[in-house]
Design a protein around this ligand. Structure first.
Ligand code: MG
Length: 389
């Protein structure tokens, strides 16, 4: 029996983790659930999964939840409540790290420090603090197992042939604006950006998929997970989202992982790897005629890929700053405050203004993150056609 803690339990990956646990009640037990604020969803999850403890980051909502729970379920809202539960967990516990954005960093670090299996669905954690998270995991014997579908595919395709890998190819649906002209992207609405062609996910990652920032962040994530230099990680647009990524070996052979777009496969595999269990996920129907397409991404129209590579090459605080600026930019876009194409303009402007910042310790990472968020909040779009000076 595997104890499981779900961070981000009410989000898309969290709810699909519940499906995996429900499909194998003899194999998995949810012992702790953490989320930001969704009381109703959390109440339903508690009834279904019967965890020992629940965390809601919003204190008043945690109180509301506590008033209506079965006896014996502990509820907390202080950050220490969550890190203490993770640090006290038995060493064979698995943590599904699926909180959105930078907020996932502290509990993910706690899981690494406790030496647990960290099923990593939160790529921002590795982008913003890759060296710290990987070093902490190494020192305490934690394993970082990817949940992100592309990285799960890479892990499977690499198998035991790590030494023979020449190049990683991360596939990308291309998002809803594949084939658009750069100028047309200025007018993209929130509703259009939230309509992903192949995956159903949370708002932040859906907007990131539309700007291709998600793919750039995934390149940085892959470079940490597989200790691969950035120049050996490529991106290929594959609109059908069946081939989830590919590994090119030194002899030119290419290994790939294929499946329907169903995150339950990657979530379950992260919990059991290198073992496998049956899954209710839909199968590819090989009797059906199908064609798959592959093409290079248009980096002139979608500069986010270039920005991520540049930040990765620069190293230090640059990826932390890029991640924070992008998170703030997405929030401002969703609020109607900036245009879609301002997301990468803002991110590039903040990166360009970055002072010399150290980024080794958690305190330094938090400082760099805070600096970038303040800069991002201050940024104003350039008015086209205004008076020139
Ligand atoms: Mg992905």
């Amino acid at each position: 029996m595997q104890d499981v803690i779900i961070l981000g339990a009410t989000g898309s990956v969290g709810r699909q983790t519940r499906d995996v646990i429900a499909a194998h009640p003899d194999r998995f037990r949810a012992v702790g659930l953490a989320a930001r604020q969704d009381v109703e969803e959390m109440r339903a999850l508690v009834r279904e999964l019967e965890p020992d403890w629940v965390y809601l980051a919003d204190a008043s909502r945690a109180d509301a939840l506590a008033s209506d729970l079965p006896p014996g379920v502990e509820v907390g809202s202080a950050p220490e409540f969550l890190t203490d539960r993770i640090l006290e967990a038995p060493s064979d516990t698995a943590v599904v790290a699926a909180m959105a954005g930078f907020a996932g960093l502290r509990p993910t670090l706690a899981a690494a420090r406790r030496g647990l299996r960290v099923c990593l669905a939160n790529k921002e954690t590795l982008v913003a603090a890759g060296a710290l998270v990987c070093e902490t995991a190494r020192r305490h014997g934690a394993s970082l197992v990817p949940v992100d579908s592309e990285h799960s595919a890479l892990m499977q395709a690499i198998g035991t042939e790590r030494l023979h890998v020449a190049h990683l190819w991360i596939t990308c649906s291309g998002g809803p604006f594949r084939g658009w002209e750069a100028a047309a992207l200025d007018g993209v609405t929130v509703e259009q950006a939230l309509r992903h062609p192949t995956w159903r996910m949370g708002q932040k990652i859906t907007v990131d998929s539309a700007t291709l920032m998600n793919k750039g962040l995934e390149v940085l994530e892959a470079s940490w997970l597989f200790e691969m230099p950035l120049e050996r990680i490529g991106v290929v647009v594959h609109p059908e989202s069946i081939v989830h990524s590919m590994v090119e070996m030194e002899d030119g052979a290419v290994m790939a992982e294929l499946s329907q777009t169903d995150m339950r496969i990657a979530i379950q595999l992260a919990l059991t790897w290198p073992e496998r269990l049956p899954s209710p996920a839909r199968r590819i129907d090989w009797a059906e005629r199908q064609s798959w397409h592959f093409e290079a991404p248009d980096e002139a129209v979608f500069p986010a890929l270039r920005l991520c590579r540049e930040a990765g090459r620069q190293g230090g605080a640059a990826p932390t700053v890029l991640n924070a600026a992008n998170e703030e930019a997405v929030t401002r876009f969703l609020r109607g405050d900036i245009r879609f194409s301002d997301i990468w303009r803002l991110t590039e402007a903040v990166l360009g203004r970055m002072p010399s910042l150290s980024c080794g310790s958690l305190a330094e990472i938090l400082e760099a993150d805070g600096w970038a968020r303040r800069e991002a909040a201050r940024w104003r779009p350039v008015t086209v056609g205004g008076p020139s000076c």
